[in-house]
Write a protein that binds this ligand. Sequence first.
Ligand code: ATP
Length: 575
Amino acid sequence: MTTTTPLKGGRSSLRRNDSPSSIGEKSPPRITPHASPIPTTLPASVHQENVGGTVYFYPTANHTTAQSSSAVGLGAGGVVDTVASHHTGQTGSASLTPVQPSILYTGHVYPGPASNVITMQPKTQLESAFFMPDEMRSEVLSRNVISNLMLDASETAQHALPLEVDNYHSLYPLEALPVQPLHAKLTLPSSTYKATHSTTGIKYCLRRLHGFRLQSTKCMTVVEMWKKLQHSNVVQLREVFTTKAFGDNSLVLVYDYHPNSQTLLAKYFTPPPESNGYNDPFQGEARPFSHKSNLQRTTGNGPLLPEATIWAIIMQLTAGLRAIHQAGLACRSLDPTKIIVTGKRIRFSFSGTSDIAQFDPNVANPLAVVSMHQQEDLTALGRLVLALACKCLQSVQRDNVQSSIEMVSRHYSSDLRNFIVYLFTTTQRRSVTDLMPMIGARFYTQLDALQAQCDMQEDELAKEMENGRLYRILVKLNCINERPDFNLDCTWSEIGDRYMLKLFRDFLFHSVTEDGRPWLDHAHIVQCLNKLDAGSLERVQLMSRDEQSVLIVTYAELKNCLDKAFSELLASAAS
Ligand SMILES: Nc1ncnc2c1ncn2[C@@H]1O[C@H](COP(=O)(O)OP(=O)(O)OP(=O)(O)O)[C@@H](O)[C@H]1O
């Protein structure tokens, strides 16, 4: 017997999840008709009933407990897997316990942003119900793109880079010019690369000191101290090794890699491109921080920074510096080329390089030397904050300091001025902990901003967690749907449980409006997938592509079919 029941004019059909987010036609959809295997016989165990023009199939009483898909303890009445029964020769899944029409589904659904978060989002668009804001996405994307950059073989040869250095491969230069002086106090050339660890695949930042020989293994003590220092404002040193892979004796320091980082110099002191190559005639020859070209250190960097931005930088720098000093270490390269900015995060980079490069095994009193370097760090911090406030590196040249501080007094609070003056007062012994009271209640503002950012990110995480879950269901469904053959059975995906899943897939993605246009409703897809994942007792009416067969199942049964079919695939893949 063929089940020939046109849907049109039949009982109100597909349960649609009405949602304001429908991006297509609002009229109820129907399934796109396509050629599809349809049942040709109906087992004696199935009872047929015509309700308002639609034929429904019910198992007879002695078959009500047979099928496993109903064995989820559902009691879903009027539910039958007739098509599956036909194609597999199994009995239909059913239970005669009547089901209340109310939706029994209580699955996991992203409930939408919390009220405290919604006000922080740039603009509440339809998209934001499901996906992260564009700004966040593009930041993550650009980090991924940068992180995945690779040189091809010819570029690697062009840069004279080895294919492997110790446990690292795929070296990628992180600076425009591969060889630069390390720091004002150093004449050693150095290079920075991104590289991938051979066994873990994790990316790291390698700092190579060219032509460098370790004078003494004693400096490994200080390396260990740096390796132990963990702080969110300090780039973590992971290991140090010597290598001849570059054709010389190089020392390589391995740090955590933070993609899409900029140096503080590049972010705040490099003239914008609009300057059209104009050089400030008053810039002079002085290089206040390191051997960087004066072109990069000119004035003309746009408007002054808001005071809140400067304090946000100060708080992060002092936090990192406090951790460094408390660990009995000194930064020794507190320089805008050695501080990196990643998003809103500021980190001291290449920490410990100076300690290794300038290690002197003959120092009589190492503690006193550290203390002296810590004082130098504080002076360097004062110079950096002054330069930031003036947005000009020349402002910290000896002759300019006084007028620069006056400029700070005119444009910023006395707190900021006092902070800088304290750090410039080298006649007294200063301490990073003394800076805390100067920051004062601004600390709470920073904490509040960070917590608000955490709230927003947690909300995005909640969304993405649900997306990840839905993605896994889609992976399962797509591994099953339309599989050309399985265990030499080319009809596997078209029969039995799999046939139900195919019709469900059509219901999800291929619904059309009355006049045949695609009916696209993201909320419909999400809600149906959620009901499937939760094994809801709600019923869904599926229809064969030729519109000749109607199948009413619960989501619980579909879930059971999905799990069974996917387990079969898994078992076969593992065998
Ligand atoms: N841990 C890190 N992760 C990712 N990128 C980093 C890291 N540390 C530094 N960088 C980036 O590497 C690039 C090169 O850094 P480097 O200090 O070599 O710059 P530089 O301005 O050329 O300094 P120098 O004159 O000392 O060579 C910079 O753009 C910096 O943002």
